[in-house]
Design a protein around this ligand. Structure first.
Ligand SMILES: Cc1cc2nc3c(=O)[nH]c(=O)nc-3n(C[C@H](O)[C@H](O)[C@H](O)COP(=O)(O)OP(=O)(O)OC[C@H]3O[C@@H](n4cnc5c(N)ncnc54)[C@H](O)[C@@H]3O)c2cc1C
Ligand code: FES
Length: 284
């Protein structure tokens, strides 16, 4: 191999090098969140697990970790739901179909969906947590025979913040699952439930604690109260799977930005069992 060939091979295998991805479709979900349908270049499939994320790179602007919000069971294209908060995410919102960006990943451990099979599954999502949760939800819908009861509990701040309204409407009218949605601060038009997401637990049917798993994704403040509800139903701590969000830089376990005690959230997580989280004082 010549020097140039070996340098090129190094670049190809470097974890910091992005692959081009193309925007196929754009859908505005709320004032702040937009859904992007993407496809990797070079005919490459993303080949992800629910709960994993990518590093989305815009040359000259920056890079951001974004959760993959579609299931690998839905084909080659994949989806990202991006909340506009700063420079990178604002630039993202300017993308139109046909535009290109760089993508590294998928990264993180994601959810081990096989380990949930045969169980009833309770998905609890708060706010933007519905984005990664949607990947889990689509996966279970597409393999519904492999799971027992399926409940989705979603809470967000106001009616204007409700994400994926179209999906929620389909899911609510589907016999495949039980979906409950609540908002903290309802307005006059809101006809649904109100209050924090833990209030929805009162309407869950009895669950067999030996054959139930929970997936919890949301802001840190939510975890503590949701876990209390799940443990009150005797769910073991090693069947409660939480996805943590931390500031990240490299996404591949090199820079230490995402470190919680002895763990790197980007490589050891972002999914941790509650049993593991209990031993990480800085986790919540
Ligand atoms: C594993 C992981 C998955 C993520 N998934 C998504 C997703 O699916 N959709 C999405 O919109 N965002 C997601 N984020 C957050 C996203 O990465 C940040 O919002 C983005 O990097 C901000 O970049 P920016 O340049 O636009 O804003 P910046 O200028 O970097 O920041 C703007 C504001 O956002 C805050 N902020 C930045 N990063 C974070 C963070 N990680 N957590 C909390 N606050 C932050 C800053 O404090 C600041 O107030 C995820 C983050 C991680 C670590
Ligand atoms: S983001 Fe660099 S080690 Fe996790």
């Amino acid at each position: 191999m010549t020097v140039i060939e070996s340098m090129e091979a190094g670049v190809r295998t470097s974890p910091y090098v992005s692959t081009p991805a193309r925007v196929l479709d754009v859908e505005k979900l709320t004032d702040l969140e937009t859904l992007f349908v993407l496809e990797m270049g070079h005919g490459r499939a993303l080949d992800h697990r629910p709960g994993q994320f990518v590093q989305a790179w815009m040359p000259g602007i920056g890079e951001s970790p974004i959760s993959i919000c579609s299931s690998p069971t839905r084909g080659r294209a994949f989806e990202l739901c991006v909340r506009r908060v700063g420079e990178v995410t604002s630039h993202f919102h300017r993308f139109r179909p046909g535009d290109e960006l760089g993508v590294r990943g998928p990264y993180g451990n994601g959810f081990n969906m096989r380990s949930l099979e045969g169980h009833s599954v309770v998905v609890v999502a708060g706010g933007l947590g519905l984005a990664p949760a949607r990947s889990v939800i689509q996966y279970i819908i597409d393999r519904r025979d492999h799971f027992d009861q399926f409940h989705v509990l979603y809470g967000t701040k106001t009616p204007a913040d409700v994400l994926f309204r179209h999906d929620l409407s389909l899911w609510r009218h589907s016999a495949l699952m039980n979906v409950m949605v609540t908002v903290d601060r309802p307005d006059e038009q809101w006809r649904g439930r109100s209050g924090v997401v833990t209030k929805l637990f009162a309407d869950l049917p009895p669950l067999d604690p030996d054959r139930t798993s929970a997936v919890v994704i949301g802001p840190p403040v939510m975890f503590k109260f949701v876990v209390i509800e799940l443990m009150a139903r005797s769910l073991p701590a090693d069947r409660i799977f939480c996805s943590l969000e931390r500031r990240m830089k490299c996404g591949v376990g090199k820079c230490g930005h995402c470190q919680i005690n002895s763990e790197y959230v980007c490589t050891d997580g972002p999914v941790f069992t509650y049993e593991r989280m209990r031993s990480l004082p800085e986790a919540i």
